[in-house]
Design a protein around this ligand. Structure first.
Ligand SMILES: [Zn+2]
Length: 245
């Protein structure tokens, strides 16, 4: 191995720290997003409570109007009853009046139930509004904490980015491209170390995917600074540092 492969080993070490810090930043921000989602859920619940209340309100208005019309009709029938010309007319009017009264008393019960339901919805809405208030305050606190943390993390990120740039110097562009692509595929592990087992006749395997590697691969790595990729997982294979001595 030579400067390119050794440079890649250093680069992978920086890359792995860089990814760790980026994940930390994402985790930190996710904390805030979770709280914001929770707030949105509570707000949605409030909206549906308000819609429900509006529906009940409409039903109440409709029943009240119906009852008003029926009351006016009743008043009229009552007058007609007082001026009834004969028994037949009188009893017909009386029947009509009684039916209307019974209807109104049924509606009255319905109205009472609806009003109780409306009051219930309004009470629940009030509770939800106070939850929203609390959750909003909590979010402000979390946002401040997250901003402070994120600023620290951003600082270490830019330091690490400098380290990365430094470590990547001297590595050819096409190798860097490959390194980046493999890093994305393997979550920061573009390189795989060659592992060996056995006595005199050693068996070599890729530390990334555990598939066999040939003696030629190992010899080539020992004597050259070539990019050799594992035939199975296509990571760039390198030797453990102590193997070089
Ligand atoms: Zn492999």
């Amino acid at each position: 191995m030579g400067p390119v492969l050794n440079g890649l080993i250093k680069l992978q070490e920086v890359e792995s720290r860089l990814r760790g810090v980026k994940q930390k930043l994402a985790r930190t921000r996710r904390g805030l997003t979770l709280q914001e989602n929770q707030l949105r859920n509570i707000q949605n619940t409030l909206e549906s409570k308000k819609d429900e209340a509006k529906l009940i309100r409409n039903k109440i208005d409709k029943i009240e109007l119906e009852m008003q019309i029926r009351d006016e009709a009743l008043k009229k029938r009552q007058e007609e009853l007082n001026n009834a010309k004969n028994n037949k007319e009188y009893s017909a009017l009386l029947t009509e009046i009684n039916v209307n009264k019974a209807d109104n008393s049924k509606k009255e019960n319905e109205l009472l139930e609806l009003m109780a339901a409306l009051e219930n919805e309004q009470e629940e809405s009030k509770q939800i509004e106070s939850q929203i208030e609390k959750q909003s305050q909590k979010i402000e606190q979390v946002r401040e904490q997250v901003n402070v943390k994120a600023k620290d993390i951003q600082e270490s990120l830019s330091k690490l980015q400098n380290e990365w740039d430094e470590a990547s110097r001297g590595i050819p562009n096409e190798v860097l491209e490959l390194f980046r692509r493999l890093s994305d595929n393997y979550d920061g592990e573009a390189l795989a170390y060659v592992d060996s087992t056995g006595g005199k006749r050693r068996n070599y395997t890729c530390g990334g995917c555990f598939m066999s590697l040939t003696n030629e691969t190992v010899n080539q790595l020992l004597s050259n600074d070539d990019i050799i990729r594992c035939p199975s997982c296509s990571r760039i294979v390198v030797l453990h540092q102590d193997k070089e001595d």
